[in-house]
Structures are given as C-alpha cells and as structure tokens.
Design a protein around this ligand. Structure first.
Ligand code: C2O
Ligand code: CU
Length: 487
C-alpha cells in the first residue's frame, strides 16, 4: 500500500476507534463541554423519520479495479442512479477493489450514518467486503456519488444520482446527464506523493502542473497534469453523440467529477438557460457559458437548433477540451480541439445568479459564525483550514436549530471549491443555494445554513489533492441535553 494511503487510513482508523467516544475527545476546553451526536444516534433516526421515508428502491453497485481504471460496474461514469424525491435509496456496494472504500452521496441532506465518510460516519468497507447504504432521498435535483477514501474518485469511481421531482415544474422533452472528468492515466496516490514533496528539491515532476493560469479562476488554475479530459467517459477525439430532433428542449445536467480541473462549458451556437445549481432551483437566466468547479452541478435548458453542435468543456487554464456532440441534423464535427465562440461570451458568475424565491432561506442573523481560513501553498503542499491539517478527532461544535454561517477566507494564491456535507447552504450575498462553491484567491465567501440535520459533517476542498493533503474538517452537532434546549 502506498505511503499516502497508510497515513490516511491510520488517521481514519484512529478516528474510528474514537467514534464511540468522540464525546471524551470533545470535552477538551477547545471543544466546549457538550457531547456530539453520534452518526447512528437517536437524533439521526428522528431526522430520518421526519423525512417520511417512501418506497424503497434497490440498487447494486460493484466497485472494480481494472488497471488504472477503478469504476462502478466497469464503466466510467458508473450507471446513473435515478429515484424520486422521498423514495428510499438502498444501495449495496460490493467492494472488489484492492483496498478499503466507501460511498459518499454528494450534496444530499441525508441521514448522517449513510454519508460515507470512513472513520467518521462508518467503518471503511474492507477489500472484498460489502456494505448497504439506506437513506431517504430528500430533495429533487442533480447529485452524484463517489468514494470518500483517499484519492479513489480520481481513478474513475463516480456516477450521477438524479432525484426526480414528483411534481416537476420545468417543461422539457429530453434529459441529458453530462459528467465531466479529468483523466490522469497514472496512480493518483503517486501523483499526490509527488505533489507533497513540494516544488523544491530534485524529485521527479511527472505529475505537477506548472503555469496553468486562468483569469476566471483568479490565477493558478490547477496542480496536476492530466492526460486528457472527458465527457461521459469519452475523449474529445471519440465523443459521445446526443441525438434529437431540432426544436427539442433538453435539460442538461452537468456534473464536474474531476479531481483538479474546473471546466468552462458552452454548447456551440446556443445560449443556455440556467435553472439549477447543486440540485436547487435558480431564478432562470440566460448565459453563453458557465464555469463549474469540482463537485458542482448546473442544470440548463437548451432549445436545440438544426445541425451538429459540439458541447465543449474547456479545462480552465489547462489548454485542452473535453467534448460531446449534439446532432439534430446534418453537419460535420469540427476538429477535436475546436472551441465555440460562446466560451468567450457571457460566463455565468455567482454574483449575477439568484435563487428561485421558494428556496430562499428566510432572513435571519447567524447564531454562530465559523471562520475557516483557507491556507497553504503549492510550494509546501500543505493545504489546510486555519493552518491545521485534518484531524478526524476535532469537530467544530454547532447546535441543532441554529443558523450557522461558514466564513471561508481564502488567504492562498489559488482557488478552492469548498464543499459542505449534509446541508445546502445559501450564499449570504445573493441567497443562491449550493453545497459546493468556488472561492477565488484573496476572496471571502459567507455561506449560511440552518442546522437541521444532526450528525458529524465534513467541510472540505473538493480538489482531491488539496483535500487529501489536509484541507478538510468536521462540524459536529452537540447533543441537546434532555429538552433543556440550551443554545
Ligand atoms: Cu463530493 Cu466530501 O465530497
Ligand atoms: Cu483546494
């Protein structure tokens, strides 16, 4: 097992032993005096019951390794999972990988013990073992799943999870799920080990990417050199074709499953109507292109013209594209590296987006503000929050019922896609509801959420190399002492 894994798994194993006695660890002065809710505790069951679990839908997933490609069921992305909001997902995972794994259901406000963080919300699923996740799918929208074990998702372990709305308000004729990905063609643990040696010294620099810059990302665009970029597992030279009739109204569900790449996406010859981000509805707006960080999702509506149109995802700052083709009529595909002019048109920015009114959080002063300074540098490869690398035994305490504000202060010279588990926060300025947000260098993002889903929840950077080098932490709901309701 590579060194990196050993470090990770020792850390997790240590925390797994702690899980039962997290309260002890947490009684230190820095953590306050209250015990934390346990992931399988009564508060978690009560929150799940309140979701009124509906019909159970069974899924079987197998995690398999085939050389450098690890996947669900031998295909990348894995087969899409689709349920209706309110239904119960019961997904059995057979782990045929050579190491322990887990599945995290990204973006869902689900029961904490199904969140898939090994050593925190469950034991790692050992090689050769199986585990069944069972949870109510709470909100309609575009979600995805991937392991929360080391760098595994950068090997191809991911898939889309679509939660349909039983009363879908949008009108469209067809749907197209578009999963974006960066393909390393090497062992990501080896890449991480190289990155962690930093920029000094005379070690090999096979994987480190230098000089990738993007004005949209405020400078440095990424750390890792990928071999190519893919849409639904296919390269620009061998693209998937989506076929429909001219005039078809398509809902495109975009998911960035990349490890270290933001994509700028446009459909040649078309404008797009933005309808959702991270599963939650937006007030509709038109755009030529959008920027999507790792872990983010956007849904757009497009009315297709007549012809052949590339959907292009520019690997931002990395001088390469992924693409798929849309065919509604005759026409020849341009060269694989073709870039539609729309990529340089209006690019959707958070500041201009607004939430759909019915998903706006009611105005309220935060009861608690947690400041997370994003720290670290490329030269030391010491990405962290507040200068402290991840410690699974440390939890930022919060209490059920609070309005919590997360204040992400980016002190680094690089952008980071920050992600909160188990909740969909609201950007304090515009109110847009998200679970993963790009924080540009030197900028501060304030994200507010209502603490309504008890458990132990991760906050981390969704750059898998930053995450694994230490840019993660945990929020812990405190146990409310028997009805005293102390706040
Ligand atoms: Cu896709 Cu911890 O996240
Ligand atoms: Cu980061």
């Amino acid at each position: 097992m590579p060194v990196v894994d050993r470090r990770t798994f020792l850390g997790l194993a240590a925390s797994a032993t702690l899980a039962g006695c997290a309260t002890q660890k947490a009684t230190g002065p820095a953590q306050g005096t209250s015990a934390f809710v346990s992931p399988g505790g009564p508060e978690v069951s009560a929150a799940e019951q309140a979701r009124k679990p509906g019909r159970v839908r069974d899924f079987a997933l197998t995690a398999t390794a085939n050389g450098l490609t690890w996947s669900y069921g031998g295909i990348v992305p894995g087969r899409e999972l689709r349920v209706t909001a309110g239904e119960v997902v019961r997904a059995r995972l057979d782990n045929r990988l050579p190491e322990a794994t887990s599945i995290h259901w990204h973006g869902l406000a689900l029961r904490n013990d199904a969140d898939g963080v090994p050593g925190v919300t469950q034991e790692p699923i050992a090689a050769g073992a199986a585990h069944t996740y069972e949870f109510t799918a709470p909100h309609a929208g575009t979600y995805w799943f991937h392991p929360h074990s080391g760098t595994q998702f950068d090997r191809g372990l991911f898939g889309a999870l679509v939660i349909e709305d039983p009363a879908e308000p949008l009108g469209y004729d067809q749907e197209w799920v578009v999963v974006l990905d960066d393909w390393l063609d090497a062992d990501p643990d080896e890449a991480l080990a190289e990155l962690k040696k930093g920029m000094s010294g005379d070690h090999s620099m096979k994987h480190m990417l230098m000089g990738a810059t993007s004005p949209l990302l405020g400078g440095d665009a990424g750390d890792v050199r990928y071999r190519d970029f893919r849409i639904n597992g296919r390269t620009a030279a061998d693209p998937q074709t989506f076929t429909a009739k001219p005039g078809t109204r398509v809902r495109i569900r975009l998911i960035n499953a990349g490890g270290d790449t933001a994509f700028r996406v446009a459909l040649d010859g078309h404008t797009m109507t933005l309808t959702h981000t991270d599963g939650f509805p937006l007030a509709h707006s038109e755009t030529d292109a959008l920027l999507i960080g790792m872990g983010e999702r956007y849904d757009v509506l497009v009315t297709l013209k007549d012809g052949l149109f590339p959907l292009v995802a520019l690997a931002e700052g990395k001088k390469a594209v992924a693409r798929a083709l849309v065919r509604t009529g005759s026409g020849r595909a341009p060269a694989p590296d073709f870039r539609p002019r729309a990529l340089d048109g209006r690019v959707a920015r958070y500041g201009k987006l607004r939430p759909a009114e019915h998903v706006r959080l009611p105005a309220r002063q935060p009861d608690r503000t947690i400041t997370l300074r994003l720290t670290g540098s490329m030269s030391r490869y010491d990405w962290a929050f507040n200068g402290k690398p991840y410690d699974p035994a440390v939890r930022e305490p919060i209490a059920a019922g609070e309005r919590v504000r997360l204040r992400f202060v980016n002190t680094t010279t690089m952008w980071h896609p920050v992600h909160l588990h188990g909740h969909t926060y609201a950007h304090a300025d515009t109110g847009i509801r998200k679970d993963t947000s790009i924080v540009l260098p030197g900028m501060t993002l304030e994200a507010d959420f209502d603490a309504d889903n008890p458990g132990i929840w991760m906050v981390h950077c969704h750059n898998v190399y930053h995450q694994e080098s230490g840019m993660m932490t945990l929020l812990g709901y405190r146990v409310q002492s028997g009805g005293s309701g102390s706040r």
